[in-house]
Design a protein around this ligand. Structure first.
Ligand code: UDP
Length: 385
């Protein structure tokens, strides 16, 4: 009936299904949720406002191959994302840039810091805060510690339930000091939002006679991974095609080595009877409140509407029993070791492939997700199983 089966209709699953179907193979996607698109899913709320149900997704990449690929399924609204963070009651461009200095420090001190930064670094370079913290110059160290304290420490404690040091360099390195007056969140060559939304883009990707999508279905009811002889069964019969898992690996093996921890988010949507709620698409609240940021969708979708919908993000521990999503793998050595045990087990199955953020237990941006999915496809396209 089907040559291949994909578990999960998120970004990874949709890219792989599209590629496999284009090759002439028949593919089934099994999705637990009642919709496609995974956490990139967007929809109109009860007020008719287009919202990202699982938080803001802004597409950005320097990879032309990825950009050309997504442009086959949607036009893009060119949108350059900007973020303000509330620091000591003032709204300051995030990531910190030269302009941010003048928002938080007296002009004369901001000038001193700007001069020192420009003496040391080329204009338009990005300097990780950890690097600034190791400078000999006491003003640069003061600046770094200020940013650490007011932008990273409490935000990261809320987001991850750990300090930035415990989380490790990677997350913090995504938000370096930008030696520039460019206040955009991303500097990538290609940035935007699908013109008719992400969901419409996914619908186009899956609109192929070789693709079937089964929603509202837990794949474990249909598929069994047989340890004894490393076989995969689909509806109680041996399945000889490829099974591509984009879902968590611990779940696939019934949590036999223990549960892989994730951070999750509770999204609280609010609609206001006015045109706009805040002055920009995203305002971060590193230091106050239990939520980390507020996103106002109309800034990125450019929808005209007399009302406006915002979303507040409340981070929390992922709980398998509650209706939460495993958004962020927690980058800790013990978790990677645990993941490694599952990976070893998964690799024994000759026709089992893994792809995407959940199956790889790794944080990927949307562009990285697509790039990885394309690589997984290419490296397996001619393999006989
Ligand atoms: N971060 C922070 N303060 C901010 C913004 C980000 O401490 O104002 C840290 C935090 O640890 C976060 C990470 O940087 O998890 C990555 O931020 P990004 O905006 O890329 O997060 P995402 O959109 O992936 O949730």
């Amino acid at each position: 009936m089907f040559d291949d089966i994909i578990v999960g209709a998120g970004l990874t699953g949709c890219v792989l299904a599209e590629r496999i179907a284009a090759q002439g193979r028949k593919v089934l996607i099994i999705e637990k949720k009642q919709h496609i698109g995974g956490t990139c899913y967007d929809c109109y709320d009860s007020h008719g406002i287009l919202v990202h149900k699982y938080g803001p997704h802004i597409f950005n990449t320097d990879n032309k191959e990825v950009w050309d690929y997504v442009n086959r399924f949607t036009d893009f609204l060119i949108y350059h994302h900007r973020v303000l963070g509330v620091v000591e009651g003032k709204k300051v461009p995030i990531p910190f840039n030269l302009e941010s200095l003048y928002k938080v420090f007296p002009k004369t001190y901001a000038e001193v810091l700007e001069r020192k930064l420009l003496d040391k670094y080329e204009i338009n370079t990005k300097v990780p805060i950890m690097e600034l913290q190791n400078q000999k110059d006491s003003d640069l160290r003061y600046l770094a510690n200020y940013i650490y304290e007011y932008v990273f420490l409490h935000y990261t404690e809320k987001q991850w339930g750990m300090t930035p040091k415990e989380v490790g360099g990677a997350a913090m390195a995504r938000i370096p000091f930008y030696i520039s007056r460019d206040d955009r969140y991303f500097q990538n060559s290609y940035q935007g939002i699908p013109k008719e939304g992400y969901t419409r883009m996914f619908e186009r990707m899956l609109n192929h006679s070789n693709i079937r999508v089964l929603l509202n279905t837990d794949y474990r009811e249909l598929i069994k991974l047989k340890d004894e002889d490393l076989r995969i069964e689909f509806m109680d019969k041996a399945f000889g095609g490829k099974l591509i898992l984009t879902s968590p690996l611990d779940e696939a093996f019934s949590y036999r080595y223990g549960k892989l921890p994730y951070r999750s988010l509770n999204f609280v949507f609010e609609t206001y009877d006015r045109e706009f709620y805040q002055e920009i698409c995203v305002v971060n609240y590193p230091n106050n409140y239990d939520f980390t940021r507020i996103t106002e969708f109309k800034y990125m979708t450019r929808q005209k509407h007399e009302k406006t919908t915002i979303v507040k993000e409340f981070p929390c521990q992922y709980d398998y029993s509650a209706k939460l999503e495993p958004y962020y793998p927690i980058p800790k050595r013990e978790n990677e070791e645990l993941y490694g045990r599952y990976l070893k087990t998964a690799r024994q199955f000759p026709n089992l492939l893994l792809a995407g953020r959940q199956a790889d237990y790794k944080y990927y941006t949307m562009a990285e997700t697509i790039e990885n999915a394309l690589r997984v496809f290419e490296s397996n396209e001619n393999k006989e199983i």
